[in-house]
Design a protein around this ligand. Structure first.
Ligand SMILES: [Zn+2]
Length: 340
């Protein structure tokens, strides 16, 4: 009987398997990103930094930091870092999901659909790693990643009908909520697959339109495109996987993630700027991993069921953002004019 694995041993084995799946995903993500974005700016993954010759695919996978066979320039260790990082991310997320990091009162899918949530969100993590890798290589997030990613999210949400972090509308503000639970629209229960498509589409539109508004405001106030169009499409994809309420949380968390990431980049490389895409991706990962803690806060979910409050919050956050942009503009304008 000694050969039967205990539940704990099985769980550890499962996480190790997920880790290796994540490593393969990380390699694939960087190779995909490199093949889309690197030719313009060789980074030693598929194109040599020294002579710009195309490197064989296996050199990126096999060598930690090898050399170009033509000019001896070093190849990048990025694919290995991405592989180990993605492996850890996949295993960590799987562990948290099993610990109930996304379990909320209102959403109780059947067990089979609960299990579909893991590959669904691992697919999102893979696409995020790819988008971030492309953004780091050449400051672009190619449509070849975002468009199929967004379509896949819409398709899977529609086909399963039960992949949502939270339903498209949940009203906790009723006085009878303690007796009957939150109010859910009846059509959601009657048309499960349509609801799947609706929450996914709603998330994509919310994410894209808010970042687009932020982009327009930055263009107007700063006079240069501080937020790329790639960030708009990236947020559409994140929204299609997560829905509109989590997307608002991602937008709220991303600036904080940006400060932490920006400081890390500054300390490690001395660069004082960084792309916005990785901040959005980090925000999405944080919300995916802490959704239970976010939503189960009584106050927050009441707000999400009351549209005037939500609209007011978005408007005030946007005004604050525009004020910040104005501050940045003044801050930038002063020293530059003095230098001239
Ligand atoms: Zn070379």
């Amino acid at each position: 009987m000694g050969s039967v694995l205990s539940i704990r041993e099985f769980a550890v084995m499962w996480l190790i398997v997920i880790f290796f799946v994540g490593m393969v995903a990380g390699w694939s993500a960087v190779l995909w990103a490199a093949s889309l974005a690197e030719e313009a700016r060789p980074a030693g993954i598929r194109w040599c930094r020294g002579c710009a010759a195309q490197l064989p695919v296996f050199s990126a996978v096999v060598s930690w930091a090898g050399h170009c066979s033509r000019c001896r320039a070093r190849t990048s260790s990025g694919p290995w870092l991405a592989a180990v990082g993605t492996g850890c991310l996949f295993a960590f997320f799987t562990y948290l999901l099993e610990q109930g990091c996304q379990t909320v009162t209102e959403v109780r899918p059947a067990l089979a659909l609960w299990q579909a949530r893991l590959p669904f969100h691992l697919l999102l993590l893979f696409l995020l790693v790819t988008a971030v890798a492309a953004d780091l290589i050449d400051y672009v997030i190619p449509d070849q990643i975002i468009v199929p990613g967004t379509l896949a999210a819409l398709l899977f949400s529609f086909a399963s009908g039960d992949l949502q972090l939270i339903h498209i509308w949940v009203d906790w503000s009723d006085e009878m909520v303690q007796v009957y639970g939150p109010w859910l629209p009846q059509w959601m229960k009657d048309h499960q697959h349509l609801h799947g498509l609706a929450w996914s589409l709603c998330g994509a539109v919310t994410g894209a339109s808010l970042v687009w508004a932020g982009r327009v405001a930055a263009n107007r106030i700063l006079g240069f495109p501080a937020i790329g169009f790639g960030d708009v499409t990236l947020m559409a994809m994140i929204g299609a996987f997560m829905g509109w309420q989590p997307v608002l949380c991602v937008l709220a968390v991303s600036p904080l993630a940006g400060i932490v990431l920006g400081l890390a980049v500054f300390v490690l490389t001395g660069r004082s700027f960084m792309a916005f895409g990785p901040c959005l991706a980090a925000g999405a990962v944080i919300v995916l991993c802490t959704w239970n803690a976010i939503w189960e806060q009584q106050g927050l979910r009441i707000i999400f069921g009351h549209w005037p409050t939500i609209a007011g919050l978005i408007l005030s956050a946007f005004s604050l953002y525009c004020l910040l942009l104005l501050g940045v503009r003044l801050f930038r304008a002063t020293p530059v004019s003095r230098l001239r």
